[in-house]
Design a protein around this ligand. Structure first.
Ligand code: COA
Length: 322
């Protein structure tokens, strides 16, 4: 059995290496993280207020880090995201699954007592469909399957071809551009976003706020109206198309496709070249899948998200526990 303790800044490099190594195996993959050392380092550095105060690690008898659970908390929504648990179990261990589950339980129990979990009422986990360890962990902790998602990707020459393709010069294409500072336009984007994605981790007012991490392109309707938008970010290794929403009145006319293409052009222009673009599509969202596959995206990974909506955090033992 491994020993669990709070993380320290000195653990960070080992943790990044551990996560990137386990991410290469679908049986351990957590979908909140990328697959390279650079991506994992960027993601942990992006956790607010910092990684270390929301992380716990498991160590073996020699003190070597063998497991980690990092938690990101959205204080406004009282919602947490579990980046893990990860447990590195020796391949030849006679009771590998039991060791994994026992360590994962201990990591979660300790993380749940961190001060930042105090007001959390809901949490999310997200893993590869073949991460059965995570599925079993979720079931034992009464965390329900939320939805099946599929990661679609466009890479290399296919991505470059999309970026340099001349614009269609359709009337709609001329009305797509970066979101302006106009308050009415921003309010319209926020409203459309909240109607399309009522439970999104980023609510509309945050998506359009100054300082938002997202780049947003908008299909305008007149001076201040909005018929559609697409929002994405550039990460260490890829462009990520996070959300696309089109007014129901003008769907199936090609607007979604044009918004995605324009978003990728803006990300490439302002944040530099990447070799891959990705998007997560909920299983059964046929319009979205058609939109992305028509642009050349292909299926890369099948994922499952889990959510607990009635969470009661354990007591904070930070005063008495290391
Ligand atoms: C997904 C969405 C953005 C697509 O916008 P759009 O402007 O209709 O996109 P496009 O017209 O470029 O492409 C949609 C394609 O799906 C097709 N389609 C629409 N409904 C469909 C369905 N139920 N089953 C299969 N295909 C469907 C359209 O015919 C079109 O394909 P075609 O041009 O080959 O005929 C829009 O439906 C939407 O806002 N949905 C709600 C939010 C959402 O789910 N966003 C995606 C997650 S990021």
């Amino acid at each position: 059995m491994y020993t669990v303790r709070r993380a320290t800044p000195a653990d960070l490099d080992v943790v990044i290496e551990l996560i990137a190594r386990l991410q290469a195996d679908p049986a351990h993959l957590i979908a909140f993280h990328g697959e390279s050392v650079e991506e994992v380092a960027e993601e942990l550095a992006g956790l607010r207020p910092d990684w270390v105060s929301g992380a716990v690690v498991a160590t073996d008898r020699t003190g070597r880090v063998r497991g980690v659970l990092s938690i990101e908390v959205d204080d406004e929504l009282h919602r947490a995201y579990l980046y893990g648990p990860y447990v590195d179990v020796p391949a030849n261990h006679p009771a590998a699954a039991q060791l994994w589950q026992a360590t994962a339980d201990a990591l979660f129990d300790r993380a749940d007592r961190l001060p930042r979990m105090a007001a959390v009422t809901m949490f999310d986990m997200f893993g590869h469909r073949r991460n059965r360890l995570l599925a079993d962990f979720a079931a034992r902790h009464d965390v329900a399957v939320d939805k099946s998602m599929r990661l679609f990707a466009l890479t290399g020459a296919d991505l470059r071809a999309l970026l340099v393709r001349p614009a269609g010069r359709s009337p709609a294409e001329d009305r797509i551009g970066l979101m302006s500072a106009d308050a009415e336009v921003r309010a319209a984007v926020a409203g459309l976003h909240d109607r399309c994605f009522p439970t999104a981790p980023t609510p509309g007012h945050r998506l359009v706020a100054d300082g938002s991490v997202h780049t947003v392109v908008v299909l305008r309707d007149g001076a201040s109206g909005v018929l559609g938008y697409a929002a994405g970010v550039t990460q260490a290794d890829e462009y990520y198309v996070d959300m696309v929403g089109v007014d129901p009145a003008v769907r199936s006319l090609g607007a979604g496709r044009q918004l995605v293409r324009r978003l990728l052009v803006e990300l490439a222009t302002h944040t530099g070249a990447r070799n891959r673009a990705t998007a997560l599509i909920r299983l059964g969202n046929d319009a979205s899948e058609r939109m992305f596959t028509a642009l050349g995206f292909t299926l890369h990974t099948e994922l499952v998200s889990y959510r607990k909506t009635d969470h009661h955090p354990a007591a904070d033992l930070s005063v008495t526990q290391p």
